[in-house]
Design a protein around this ligand. Sequence first.
Ligand code: FAD
Length: 331
Amino acid sequence: ITDKIAGLGKDANYFSLEFFPPKTAMGFANLQTRLERMSQALRPLFVTVTWGAGGSTAQKSLELAEICQRQLGLTTCLHLTCTNMSRSLVDEALEQAKVLGIRNILALRGDAPRSEEYREEGAPPEEDSNKDFTWAIDLVRYIRKQYGDYFCIGVAAYPEGHSDESHPEHQSVEHDLPYLIEKVKAGADFLMTQLFFDVEAYDRAEKLWREHESGALKTIPIIPGLMPIQSYAILRRTTKLSHAKLPADILARLDAVKGDDELVKQVGVKILSEIVEHLQSRPDTCRRGFHFYTLNLEKAVSHIVEDTKLIPPTFIEDDEEAIVDMGPGSP
Ligand code: FAD
């Protein structure tokens, strides 16, 4: 991923798309068709495949990653969590990723698995079966130790701070900062952020990261995470889960149309496009990229990347057009 970013033109922007593995064979078949269509029409720089907490989707994540990398030829980044699952599962995932030709891992700690994903409702919390990994940095170190530079490693960053079920008290961006720097010093190559709608909070966090006196975050690619708005209900649920703030003006624009799903989507595309354009207009030390949490859906993200001109040109078509444009008799 970082090689691809470095190879882009000086002013080029890029984007990536995130997918999660469907539960059924039918879901896989539908997603594969959609992925083919989306990758041809939108040409993302890379795609990412999520990993269920505790390895709950291990096989299906690898299956989807195989479709992306091998069958569709997309540069693929596999998310991998390291807590609440056995060390052998981490080893298997990394080995399998290598066999599939995957060169990118998003190294995450992961959360305690939710009951509906992993264990019987009401069951006591799972003992963490893996004492080797407590934080994401342990996975970054492990990958570097086992695989050297084979994998390009991404890590998570939180523009509005971090909180989760095991640490309900909110950790501020400032509190997270030394741990983020440590992850980079341990070998992370790029940062990918939690979704957000509050651009001012993002700008503040990016400034803090970029300007840290250690210089560790000065030039590393930071890819802001954006979630297209699919419906009012999904938006409220995901912002609650991720602790992303909905600024009052954005909420008011959505509240005004919340009874009409189609209008919510249209206003949502506008809101997300404005966020992208705001970031595009701000200088950064790196080429600007955007990561879209697609929720496996196609329309909203397609409109956003079209409206903000993020789709890269196809040079062959452009050349042909140029030749046609020159007309007969041209040199
Ligand atoms: P860490 O970097 O370990 O940090 C977690 C928290 O602990 C932070 O607040 C940090 O400041 C603090 N901390 C770190 N080290 C220490 C230390 N030594 N001492 C004290 N405090 C410390 N989850 C999934 O299950 N599957 C996915 O596919 C997935 N994809 C994600 C993609 C992105 C882009 C993001 C942003 C998150 C994703 N997550 C995913 C969620 C992630 O697993 C959770 O947010 C998790 O709670 C934290 O993971 P982390 O990698 O940021 O952890």
